[in-house]
Design a binder for this molecule. Sequence first.
Ligand SMILES: NC(=O)c1ccc[n+]([C@@H]2O[C@H](COP(=O)([O-])OP(=O)(O)OC[C@H]3O[C@@H](n4cnc5c(N)ncnc54)[C@H](O)[C@@H]3O)[C@@H](O)[C@H]2O)c1
Length: 299
Amino acid sequence: MTRLCEGRVAIVTGAARGVGREHALLLAKHGAKVVVNDLGAAVDGTGADRSFAQQVADEIEADKGEAIVNGDDVSDFDGAKNLIDQAINTYGKLDILVNNAGILRDRMLVNMTEEEWDAVIAVHLKGTFAPSRHAAAYWRAMSKEKDAPVSGRIINTSSTSGIYGNVGQTNYGAAKAGIAAFTIIAARELGRFGVTVNAISPSAYTRMTDNLREYTEEEIAVRAPRWVAPTVVYLASDEAQDITGRVIQAGAGMVAVCEGWRRGAQIEAMDDPVALGPKLREMVGQVRRNSGMDGFELD
Ligand SMILES: NC(=O)c1ccc[n+]([C@@H]2O[C@H](COP(=O)([O-])OP(=O)(O)OC[C@H]3O[C@@H](n4cnc5c(N)ncnc54)[C@H](O)[C@@H]3O)[C@@H](O)[C@H]2O)c1
């Protein structure tokens, strides 16, 4: 078997369960040494239990791989630094950072509390920024020391909720759209050091999604979280050096490359809002509508 990540060192955040667990297992199968980060929180982000992350590390070692556990909270700036340092101090380097940790606090906007907003923005958005920030500083230092680009990888986790828009998730969707924007900007900044930055938008049957509706056994099989991991492992490999700044849907029977915002119909600036109104209306009618949650245009 070709091993795509032989000798590389990877961190996967939120790797104790669901999608992140599969990333960690497949990265290890492809030769990466893995730092299994997880707070061991409930879906809403409360609580902490390291034993689930330990189980994943044990599973990797039982399969002759190498793994260690880290229990830092990714939304804590110093905790995120500790996570990056632990990988470097244990394995001598860091090549791959998969930002996957996440929580949910769904609520309609009219009822959403400040705490529900802050918690979701913290884990997803700051929890992507903080480890990426420390990893980026490390890779910049490495590329200067070597006087050559590194082969660093950041793989973030967005969601159809953010890139397409899902009712009841203004907090989560805003964070996930923010992660997509973060991905594009960080890719532009870090390319010069040899670091690629991409995001996946997973679809998988996990504890986060199992209560959304009833799923048949066939659907559960198609939506098994293991179907998301191959995209992450390929993006993490040396082979994917030329793919950056992309958001890629993976899981539930497909892999799809998403297209971002682009300018649609345009007119010259007008200073009279009364005259502008009909023109604006005309342009709104001309451009493609926002997509629905399936990623295609609404009727
Ligand atoms: N399952 C899906 O269909 C789906 C769809 C879109 C996006 N996602 C995203 O994929 C990622 C994984 O989701 P999942 O479905 O596997 O959920 P999950 O609940 O099974 O796993 C998330 C993990 O993140 C950990 N975590 C939470 N807060 C943390 C923190 N502050 N620091 C470290 N770890 C923390 C949890 O303990 C948990 O193990 C999330 O970012 C989620 O938003 C999932």
